[in-house]
Design a protein around this ligand. Structure first.
Ligand SMILES: NC(=O)c1ccc[n+]([C@@H]2O[C@H](COP(=O)([O-])OP(=O)(O)OC[C@H]3O[C@@H](n4cnc5c(N)ncnc54)[C@H](OP(=O)(O)O)[C@@H]3O)[C@@H](O)[C@H]2O)c1
Length: 322
C-alpha cells in the first residue's frame, strides 16, 4: 500500500472552486476502524454548505469535505470482527472526497451485489435522511398522503422512494420536467410543477417533506391537512420560510425539525432503528436504488457542486477518484 492518497482539500472556506487536489499522508487505524479504498463518492447539498463554512459542524482547516462513499475495505484494525479486506461497503463518513477514508466499522452497510458503485455511493445520506424524517420523526403510515417538495433532488427523491415503499400516496413537487420524470420513476403518483397557479388547492397531504424552504414552502403550507405533520429538512432555496403559528393552531398541525445525523448520534434507539431500516431497504431493494444524474472525476468536484448549486441535478451526482 502506498503511504499517501489523493483527496480534495478545503484550505480556505468559500465557493466550490476553492477546492484543491492534494496528497495526504495515510494515518494508522485506531481500534474499531477500517480503511476504505473509495470507488465512488456521493455529492450532497450539505457539502456545499461545509465548503462555504455554513454547515452546523465546522471542521478545522484544512479539511476534506464530504459525507458518504462506497468502496472496498483495504485494512481493518485488529479488533474489528465481521468485516474483511475486500468486502464491498457503503457508508456515511466524514472526509469522503478522497481515494481513501477511515471510518468506524460500525458505520458500514454491505453493498448489494447488483447495485453499481455509483448507486451505492449515492444512497447513505439521502436514504437515511428520508428514513429518519418520514418513519422516525414523521410517523408516516401506509395509506397516508405524502407531499414531497424538491422531489427531483437528492433527499426529495429518496423521500419519494421510501414514501412509496412504505405504502403512502406520494405527490411530488419539482420545478423541471426532468425532475418530475425522475420523481414519477421513483414512485410518485402525482407530479406537480410549482409554477402552476393554485396547485396547492388541488392536493391535501398528511405529511409534508420540505428540503427547500422559501416561497414553495409558504405555498405548500395550504396543502397540509388538519392534524398533519410538516417535516423541516432544509433550506436549499436559501430562504427560511416564515410559517404562521395561527395556521398550526387552526389545523392542529405539527411542525417537526429533522436532523437525521444528529438524531442518530443523540438517540441510541433511533440509530438502531435506522441501521435496521437501511439494511432492510438495501436487501431485496429492486426499485429502491437512487437515480444517478451524472458521474464526475474526483478532481471535478467543484463542477459537480456548481451543478447542485445551480439547481440542475435531477437525482444524485457522484465523484470517482480513479
Ligand atoms: N435535515 C437533515 O438531516 C438533512 C440531511 C441532508 C440534507 N439536508 C438539507 O436538505 C436540503 C436539500 O438537500 P438535497 O440533497 O435534497 O439537495 P438537492 O439535491 O440540491 O435538492 C434540493 C432541491 O431544492 C430545490 N431548490 C430550490 N431552490 C434552490 C436553489 N436556489 N438551489 C438549489 N436547490 C434549490 C431544487 O428543486 P426544484 O428545482 O424542484 O425547486 C432542488 O432539486 C439542503 O438544505 C440540505 O442541507 C438536511
Amino acid at each position: 500500500m502506498t503511504e499517501a492518497y489523493r483527496a480534495m482539500l478545503v484550505r480556505r472556506l468559500g465557493p466550490p472552486e476553492a477546492l484543491e487536489l492534494a496528497e495526504l499522508p495515510r494515518q494508522p487505524l485506531k481500534a474499531g476502524e477500517v480503511r476504505i479504498g473509495v470507488r465512488t463518492v456521493g455529492v450532497n447539498f450539505p457539502d456545499l454548505l461545509q465548503v462555504a463554512g455554513q454547515y452546523q459542524h465546522k471542521p478545522p482547516l484544512p479539511f476534506v469535505p464530504g459525507f458518504e462513499a462506497a468502496g472496498e475495505i483495504i485494512e481493518t484494525a485488529p479488533d474489528v470482527t465481521g468485516w474483511r479486506t475486500g468486502d464491498a461497503v457503503l457508508l456515511r463518513a466524514a472526509s469522503s472526497y478522497a481515494e481513501e477514508l477511515v471510518a468506524p466499522a460500525a458505520a458500514l452497510w454491505p453493498k448489494p451485489a447488483d447495485w453499481s458503485w455509483e448507486e451505492a455511493a449515492g444512497f447513505p445520506v439521502c436514504a437515511s435522511t428520508a428514513w429518519i424524517a418520514l418513519l422516525w420523526r414523521g410517523r408516516l403510515r401506509p395509506g397516508e398522503t405524502l407531499l414531497v417538495l424538491g422531489a427531483g433532488g437528492g433527499t426529495g427523491l429518496a423521500a419519494v422512494t421510501l414514501g412509496t415503499r412504505s405504502g403512502a400516496q406520494v405527490i411530488a413537487v419539482a420545478s423541471s420536467a426532468e425532475k418530475r420524470a425522475a420523481a414519477q420513476k421513483a414512485g410518485a403518483a402525482l407530479c406537480i410543477d410549482p409554477a402552476a397557479e393554485g396547485w396547492e388547492k388541488s392536493v391535501q397531504a398528511d405529511v409534508v417533506f420540505d428540503p427547500v424552504g422559501g416561497e414553495v414552502s409558504s405555498t405548500a403550507w395550504r396543502a397540509l391537512k388538519p392534524g398533519g405533520r410538516w417535516l423541516v429538512i432544509g433550506f436549499a432555496g436559501g430562504a427560511i420560510p416564515r410559517l404562521p403559528a395561527n395556521r398550526l393552531l387552526l389545523r392542529e398541525a405539527e411542525l417537526i425539525g429533522v436532523r437525521a445525523g444528529e438524531q442518530a448520534r443523540r438517540v441510541p434507539a433511533a440509530a438502531k432503528a435506522l441501521d435496521h431500516g437501511m439494511k432492510e431497504w438495501l436487501v431485496g431493494s429492486e426499485g429502491g436504488r437512487p437515480l444517478i444524474a451524472r458521474v464526475y472525476r474526483l478532481d471535478e468536484a467543484a463542477a459537480a457542486l456548481r451543478q447542485l448549486a445551480n439547481r440542475k441535478a435531477a437525482g444524485k451526482l457522484v465523484l470517482q477518484p480513479r
